[in-house]
Design a protein around this ligand. Structure first.
Ligand SMILES: [Zn+2]
Length: 152
């Protein structure tokens, strides 16, 4: 009888646990840490959907020709030609290279926003909006800390 009761409790606690595994844990398991030298801030943005302080990125003033890569896996994400000054304080792009990202609906902060992740390693990069200045109407609002610029 005692054994049965214990077993029941064990099963019960296991099922309760599995119901409450936070969504972020499941999501994090699809992300791969590739660059072991990422800073604490970079990890917070990439793996916990954090956001860097606006106007803090050195890339805001970057005007050279080249490509922007994922700081975690090196995946090529944007060309310098797609970059524009949105005035928001985050590096902004009118379009991404084909297949660079996967998107997901983010409902945090009471807003419905489209969040995008690197298609290769899965880490968070930013949000994409439909108020861009070019024909694509897209504005990729990217955390500068997630990007590495390589001049041509
Ligand atoms: Zn990546």
């Amino acid at each position: 009888m005692i054994f049965k009761k214990r077993k029941f409790i064990k099963i019960l606690s296991f099922s309760v646990f599995s119901l409450f595994i936070p969504f972020k844990v499941i999501l994090a398991s699809t992300k791969k840490m590739i660059n072991p030298n990422l800073s604490k801030e970079q990890k917070n943005i990439m793996f916990d959907e954090g956001t860097e302080r606006p106007f803090s990125s050195d890339l805001l003033s970057e005007k050279r020709k080249g490509f922007y890569h994922c700081a975690n896996c090196g995946n090529k994400l944007f060309t310098s030609e797609a970059k524009f000054d949105s005035g928001t304080g985050w590096p902004s792009f009118s379009e991404a290279l084909p297949g660079a990202f996967k998107t997901k609906i983010d409902s945090s902060f009471g807003m419905k926003r489209i969040e995008y992740h690197c298609a290769q390693c899965g880490v968070h990069h930013g949000h994409v909006f439909d108020d861009g200045p070019t024909e694509s109407r897209k504005r990729f609002c990217n955390n500068g800390l997630c990007l590495i610029f390589k001049p041509e």
